[in-house]
Design a protein around this ligand. Structure first.
Ligand SMILES: Cc1cc2nc3c(=O)[nH]c(=O)nc-3n(C[C@H](O)[C@H](O)[C@H](O)COP(=O)(O)OP(=O)(O)OC[C@H]3O[C@@H](n4cnc5c(N)ncnc54)[C@H](O)[C@@H]3O)c2cc1C
Length: 484
């Protein structure tokens, strides 16, 4: 391990660890990042998982927070990475060649939803008008108190109203399934408050400026931009170094850990007070995701041709069917009809595969620690809505949920959210506090997706933790500008 003293050590180079690292480096501090894997990036890496020359996103693929996250906006990610915004943010495929489409354009979406168009508009238009305030509310710990009470109330009322039923009270199967499909991102029954919070935030961003963008060259491009900025400001990145104890680290004034509460309990050990250790041990991890990546010899032959215009496709049937599958999952069984999330980047970024080929990214929800290879199940699910899909497959690669934790220790038993995203754990993540990143150990902070505001590539936990540490440890009350 590189042993010279530094101002700041960051453990883990996921989007949050790197957000913390660049914030500290821009403040003029010396920063060293230790990463267990051979490359930086955590859940935002891209790699040739199947055939040479075919670039797959290993974890995250689509970035609804890229233009909305206050951290990424301050960092100027749009000036550092090229993104493409699909004209359909997400599609919900249904039987009989039907599909519901969430166009980037809210009006066009409402038109397509027929009898439910006005209700869809009523759900999202007020949130969109207060977009920055809604994002600010969703990206801050609740105990800080909403800076924008109107936006918080609008969001809260919609969560309560839409969580009453799986179909959220929509009259058509299309609109109910469209909202259920986006709510199911959070892994769990779609009518739970946690799922609705995710669905409303992601659903709003689908219609916001920037939509659900896809980085040209894969999610790795976001990490590359963060690492380049870190290095330009004198920061160091040390890979292939897993940290097991705080005692191994070089002398530093502040340590920011992009790890789970369970890992913090191990790394800090008996340096932590018992009360806090039991809070860390009570933190719950959720059900899991199993990944399948494909190389195809052309685009997916969707029964409904318009689905090709979507960056993301949700497969799960009606709202009731999606909910039933997620409830089976909550009982610890593999759903009979699994929910599948598909991203089809090749239609928007031809650089991912050689001419004539496309890459396709998919994952499905499975019980925690499942070791099942889900290739056949996911293939069958896509084939159901895209007859002929199977014949287009040139190669595929599966990552079962149980292998996720080997790839990244933050995905305990395959929980890609690094902690169940229930309302309780979104409010107290991992503790109920206005500064939940601070630990009882002076100068030691948690900054991963296991802390507020939770999962996703937005860098916000890292940014919040870094700004708290700048104030606490270095007396810097005004965080540095991050723009290029
Ligand atoms: C399959 C999958 C699909 C996803 N899809 C999306 C998506 O499309 N859009 C989206 O916004 N989000 C998506 N996510 C979620 C997103 O990737 C994560 O929420 C995000 O990466 C969390 O960032 P993080 O910095 O907190 O942690 P991570 O990205 O998990 O990074 C943690 C890093 O810390 C390192 N580390 C951990 N412990 C140690 C240690 N002791 N010593 C040294 N290094 C350590 C790990 O190796 C890892 O590199 C997806 C995740 C997965 C797995």
């Amino acid at each position: 391990m590189s042993s010279g003293p530094v101002d700041v050590v960051v453990v883990g180079s996921g989007p949050n660890g790197l957000a913390a690292a660049v914030t500290m480096a821009k403040a003029g501090l010396s920063v060293r990042v230790f990463e267990a894997a051979g490359t930086a990036g955590g859940g935002s890496r891209s790699a040739e998982l199947t055939l040479p020359g075919h670039l797959h996103d290993v974890c995250s693929a689509v970035h609804p927070m890229a233009f909305a996250s206050p951290f990424f906006r301050a960092f100027g990610i749009d000036r550092r990475v090229d993104f493409v915004t699909p004209e359909v943010s997400y599609a919900q495929v249904l039987d009989g060649g039907r599909a519901a489409l969430a166009w980037h354009d809210l009006e066009r979406t409402a038109e397509g939803l027929g009898a439910d168009g006005a209700a869809w508009r009523r759900l999202f238009e007020p949130l969109l008008m207060e977009r920055d305030a809604v994002v600010d509310f969703a990206m801050s710990p609740i105990l800080r108190g909403p800076k924008h009470p109107f936006a918080a109330t609008a969001m809260g009322l919609r969560m309560l109203a839409s969580a009453r039923a799986a179909d959220a009270g929509f009259r058509t199967e299309e609109a109910g399934a469209l909202l259920a499909g986006v709510s199911a991102h959070s892994i769990g029954p779609v009518a739970s408050l946690g799922a609705r919070a995710a669905g409303l935030l992601l659903g709003m961003l689908a219609h916001a400026p920037g939509g659900w963008p896809i980085p040209v060259g894969g999610s790795q491009a976001i990490v590359d931009a963060l690492v380049a900025d870190l290095r330009a400001n004198g920061g160091e990145l040390v890979t292939e170094t897993r940290v097991h104890s705080l005692r191994e680290l070089p002398s530093a004034h502040a340590v920011l850990l992009d790890v789970t509460p369970r890992a913090l309990d191990g790394i800090a050990g008996d340096l932590l007070p018992n009360g806090y250790r039991s809070v860390l041990r009570r933190f719950r991890y959720g059900n899991a995701a199993a990944k399948v990546d494909y190389v195809l010899d052309g685009p997916v032959p969707w029964a409904n041709a318009e689905v090709a215009r979507a960056g993301t496709v949700h497969i799960g049937g009606s709202a009731a069917e999606i909910d039933a599958g997620e409830r089976q999952l909550a009982r610890g069984v593999h759903p009979k009809q699994p929910y599948v999330l598909v991203s089809q980047p090749s239609g928007f970024d031809p650089s991912r595969a050689p001419a004539g080929h496309t890459v396709l990214w998919a994952y499905t929800h499975v019980p925690r620690a499942s070791g099942r290879d889900m290739t056949d199940a996911v293939t069958a699910r896509i084939e159901q809505y895209a007859p002929g899909f199977r014949d287009r497959i040139v190669a595929s690669a599966a990552i079962p949920a149980s292998a996720m934790q080997l790839y990244n220790p933050n995905y305990i038993d395959g929980d890609i959210a690094s902690g169940a995203a229930s309302v309780g754990q979104l409010v107290a993540r991992p503790v109920l506090s206005g500064t939940p990143w601070r630990t009882p150990l002076g100068g030691v902070y948690l900054c991963s997706a296991s802390t507020s505001p939770g999962p996703g590539v937005h860098g916000m936990a890292g940014w919040h933790a870094a700004r708290t540490a700048l104030r606490d440890v270095f007396g810097i009350a005004t965080p540095p500008p991050l723009a290029p």
